[in-house]
Design a protein around this ligand. Structure first.
Ligand code: SF4
Length: 545
């Protein structure tokens, strides 16, 4: 046993996470939370998407994988049924296009797994040191503008990783794949461990570019371009090769350094490309013109025409939280108004898309969605304000996020005009599950002493707050947001956002000037003052529950 390996590595050596399933079933049959062995509970259960929930009341969070967010009405109903029966009737759509349930008991896990398995769904490798859910464009295969239809390529990659079993069940840490052919590269290839993104060459040939070594967390990196052209038939082999490189060369001593991004940053893109080719056994086609994707992000909300003449209808889900009642409604509406495949897709902005709607059904569907309090056309921030789990259920969170994000969204909907693309992220800690470094306004949780407010003993009050990052953008010249203001009181953050939005709208050169561009030409001190003056106004009214 090596003294240099971290605790998780030692636990994995003692028992591979992939081998925990039989134990998990045994614990579930016993129904005894206290009988669960500590490393199974804290570490290995994650290999099957199961986390201990905080606060520790003997409950679990479970993540259901949905590769590319691709569902059918039937699968959505099965997921809704599980949430209704076991998870207190609600779930969260995540930025990796999965669904998270809370409040599960140990006895619930086996029947849940059996139900998921019966319809071809799985939680295998939803968490842990493994290839995670493969993210992709929710319009894959239907978008009129896509560069390449990536739906089947993504599915083949996801199937390969599930079937790989122990081949990739002991990676140094998590490994996040992204495969998409979308024209705006909404699948965020630049911030995943590797990203395959659509490329159309001058001769009309379509395939993929390859970025390796991206990731956020508390030390964000953009993936580095491998400067190669990947043919569609190479997608699965290249995915396997990148995962193999990480498995065999990734750092395993310090857990904080065990992500692929650190290895690629240290070794460089040429070493990375050459090593991938070593696993492949052949050279990839060199193309120095394939660097970063030109555009990036977006969510395909709204109502639009598909390439087959049917329509897609985007359904914004405020900060990703969805009752199982609404899941059933969405699944049933997809069945009622769709034709053919009647596909349902989850997006990485925590929203839902209903596909395959004939033109003549769009209006009636829209009306039913409005009646169900899920209007497809709504305030822009319903699409683009997202949040992570926060202290409500997350072991690592510093502050609450979901409920505050809901209150702030309601305030902004009622009080602030947003007629331009604006992403806002509420993230509960630096781990970046809500990707705060790539949103126009990124908020990351912190605690602060508010000297203007006193507790019952007359001492300055300790309250939740956020650091505010501005200036982020993906695409050809990607940039992470920078901290502009620190320790902004959480219950006044809505006023800081309002002041930023109104100042931008008043000062933008024209409607083509983006929020990012306005931030870039503004002095940081000026932006900081916009935030701090809004929250230090003595008449400022806190937004509380
Ligand atoms: Fe938890 Fe932090 Fe991830 Fe939010 S970002 S879900 S608080 S680990």
């Amino acid at each position: 046993m090596s003294a240099t390996l971290n605790k998780a590595e030692l636990a994995k050596q003692a028992k591979d996470g992939f081998d925990v399933l039989a134990d998990l079933y045994r614990y579930s049959e016993q129904g005894d939370y206290d009988a669960i062995e500590k490393d199974d509970l804290e570490i290995r259960f994650k290999w099957f998407g199961v986390y201990r929930q905080k606060p520790n009341t003997g409950h679990f969070m479970m993540r259901i994988k949905v590769p590319g967010g691709q569902l059918t009405p039937h699968l959505f109903r099965v997921i809704a049924g599980l949430g209704e029966k076991y998870a207190r009737g609600f779930g969260d759509i995540t930025t990796r296009q999965t669904i998270q349930y809370h409040w599960l008991k140990i006895a619930d896990l086996k029947p849940i797994f059996e139900t998921l398995s019966s319809v071809g769904l799985t939680t295998q490798f939803a968490c842990g040191d493994v290839p995670r859910n493969v993210v992709g464009c929710p319009l894959a295969g239907v978008s009129k503008d896509e560069i390449i239809d990536s739906a089947d390529h993504l599915k083949a990659v996801a199937d390969m990783f599930v079937a790989s079993g122990k081949e990739f069940s002991n990676l140094p840490r998590k490994f996040k794949p992204s495969v998409g052919g979308c024209h705006v590269h909404c699948q965020q290839p630049q911030i995943n461990d590797y990203g395959l993104f659509g490329v159309r060459r001058a001769n009309g040939e379509v395939g993929y570019g390859l970025l390796v070594g991206g990731g956020l967390s508390d030390t964000p990196h953009f993936g580095q371009p491998m400067r190669v052209f990947i043919k569609p038939e190479q997608v699965v082999d290249v995915s396997r090769a990148v995962a193999s490189l990480f498995r065999d060369h990734g750092y395993r001593e310090k857990r904080g350094r065990a992500r692929l991004k650190f290895l690629v940053a240290d070794k460089g893109w040429e070493w990375t490309r050459d090593t991938i080719e070593g696993y492949l056994g052949y050279k990839l086609e060199r193309d120095d013109s394939i660097l970063h994707p030109a555009a990036c992000n977006g969510d395909h909300m709204g109502i639009g025409e598909q390439k087959d003449g049917n329509f897609y209808v985007g359904v914004p889900i405020p900060r990703g939280r969805l009752s199982t009642d609404k899941m059933f409604i969405l699944a049933n509406l997809a069945d009622k108004y769709g034709m053919g495949e009647k596909r349902v897709r989850l997006t990485n902005k925590q929203n839902v898309l209903l596909l395959d709607i004939p033109k003549e059904n769009v209006e009636a569907l829209k009306k039913e969605l409005e009646a169900a309090d899920m209007p497809p056309v709504a305030h822009q921030l319903r699409d683009t304000l997202i949040s992570c789990t926060g202290t409500e259920f997350c072991n690592l969170a510093v502050v609450e996020t979901k409920h505050r994000a809901g209150r702030v969204l309601k305030y902004l909907e009622e009080n602030v005009k947003v007629d331009f693309p604006l992403g806002i992220s509420f993230t509960g800690c630096p781990n970046a599950c809500a990707q705060y470094q790539i949103f126009d306004i990124g908020l990351t949780g912190t605690m602060l002493i508010d000297r203007n407010r006193k507790d019952e003993a007359g001492k300055p009050l300790k309250i939740e707050g956020y650091n505010v990052l501005l200036g982020a953008g993906l695409g050809a010249n990607p940039k992470f947001g920078e901290v502009i203001a620190k320790k902004v009181p959480g219950d006044l953050i809505h006023l800081a956002i309002k002041n930023l939005v109104e100042s931008y709208r008043a000062q933008r050169v024209d409607e083509d000037e983006s929020f990012q561009s306005w931030v870039a030409r503004s002095e940081p001190e000026y932006l900081q003052n916009l935030i701090e003056s809004a929250v230090s106004d003595p008449n400022a009214v806190p937004l509380t529950a």
